[in-house]
Design a protein around this ligand. Structure first.
Ligand SMILES: Cc1cc2nc3c(=O)[nH]c(=O)nc-3n(C[C@H](O)[C@H](O)[C@H](O)COP(=O)(O)O)c2cc1C
Length: 408
């Protein structure tokens, strides 16, 4: 088992299910190994969460998830992709997140934040306009485009404006912004911090030779390109308490035609472990080019192999994500030693109660208890009555059964 993790007794003696065995990482115990993968909502106001976030994230906690990630949260205003992206650059954000996190904890989930910076992927319209870049012509009143920053002046896509190449001061500024955001996150009640190093955003831009053309110590060979990521990990680790788990999301491979490959991610993960990262969250894609590197077909569990290789070859815990929708599949990924945590995104949008339903499908005896007690009580009664009806179809009901039905 990778360091920093420990199994806890599952509260059941007979079945060896891993998905519902609590997991301890540093000082945090997670009730099961199911997490809500980060999902941008584009519904924040000046970076601040709203009632939407309380209700949306709250329903995942009520449905039994162990970890509830919010969304990529910008460490400084310029690190947003759109004006509606989440942020945690201001102390005024803290009480708003604290309210949401208190709710998640009341319902048994561990609140987690993903800290990120968009780099060159700055200044876009929202999801409804397919993230088309904001131009002077298309800008809404009071919302002009802003220039992104990047390791090198390479536009994110043909329509995007040129980002400004970061100098040493910019690098120091962004690392400092990650540190301040991490401190605010703890103040706001988050119990897990993830650094977003994937999907073509700033940290990934430094890692990939397609975007990092620097000739100083932050570019060049793989070691140079990893430096920015490792300095952020080290600075964040140094700023948070020892018992706080630190995750790092990688794009295990660039997108189609990319150059950053799984061997690079294994090398990075070994270093991240030495810099105090506990879990590598294994995603992929976000930077494309014209190399012959293909992308994997989007079949169920298409990124699990990355989680498996990083876990086994870098000796660090991993989270698997990507088209995992079936409880038995999720359990198998853990049982085969491919990952320590299963993250789901779209499946949870479709069914926020997936964890409780998965527990039922896997015959976990106390699956009702993943719901709040008020739900669990009613659902247990309902099940009892259904079972009675099935066992005694049309037959006479005993007085105590009648009383139970009448009180249900
Ligand atoms: C609406 C939506 C928003 C997303 N936002 C983020 C994000 O903020 N950060 C991130 O790392 N990934 C983000 N993703 C990717 C998911 O976390 C996840 O890795 C991906 O959807 C694959 O998992 P799935 O097949 O279970 O949906 C987002 C996905 C969706 C569907």
């Amino acid at each position: 088992m990778p360091h920093a993790l420990s199994d806890e007794p599952a509260g059941r003696t007979s079945d060896p299910l891993l998905l519902f065995t609590p997991l301890r990482i540093r000082g945090v115990t997670i009730r099961n190994r199911i997490g809500v993968s980060p999902m941008c909502q584009y519904l924040s106001e000046d970076g601040a969460p709203t009632d939407w976030h309380l209700v949306n994230l709250g329903r995942y906690a009520i449905g039994g998830a162990g970890i509830v990630f919010g969304e990529e949260t910008a460490v400084e205003p310029g690190g947003r992709k759109t004006y509606a992206c989440a942020g945690i650059w201001d102390d005024a954000h803290v009480p708003l997140y604290r309210r949401i996190n208190a709710f998640l904890k009341t319902h048994g989930a561990v609140p987690a934040i993903q800290l990120g910076h968009s780099g060159a992927k700055a200044a876009n319209h929202g999801a409804q306009r397919d993230w088309e870049p904001i131009t002077r012509e298309t800008a809404l009143p009071g919302m002009p485009p802003w220039q992104g920053i990047a390791p090198s002046p390479v536009p994110d896509s043909p329509g995007h404006s040129l980002p400004r190449e970061m100098d040493r001061n910019d690098i120091r500024f962004v690392i400092g912004a990650f540190v301040e955001a991490a401190k605010r996150s703890l103040d706001a009640g988050f119990e897990i911090i993830e650094i977003h190093g994937a999907h073509g955003y700033l940290i990934h831009q430094f890692l990939s030779p397609l975007r990092n053309l620097r000739t100083d110590g932050y570019g060049g060979d793989r070691e140079g390109r990893m430096r920015f990521a490792l300095e952020i990990a080290e600075a964040v680790r140094g700023a948070i308490a020892d018992d706080v788990p630190l995750f790092f999301r990688v794009s295990a491979v660039d997108g189609r035609g990319g150059l950053w490959d799984i061997e690079d991610s294994i090398a990075l993960s070994k270093e991240l472990r030495l810099h105090g990262v506990d879990v590598v969250d294994c995603s992929s894609g976000g930077i494309s080019g014209d190399s012959p590197m293909p992308i994997l077909p989007r079949v169920p569990g298409y990124q699990v192999e990355y989680a498996r290789r990083i876990r086994q070859e870098a000796g660090i815990a991993t989270a698997a994500v990507g088209l995992i929708t079936e409880p038995h599949h999720a359990e198998r990924i853990l049982a085969e030693g491919s990952a320590d945590i299963i993250l789901l995104a779209r499946e949870l949008m479709y069914n926020a109660d997936w964890p409780a339903h998965a527990a039922k499908a896997l015959n976990v005896g106390n699956w009702h208890d993943l719901f709040p007690p008020e739900f669990a009580h009613r659902l247990k009664r309902r099940e009892l009555v259904s079972a009675m009806a099935i066992n005694q179809p049309g037959g006479p009901l005993r007085d105590e059964d009648m009383r139970l039905i009448e009180s249900t």
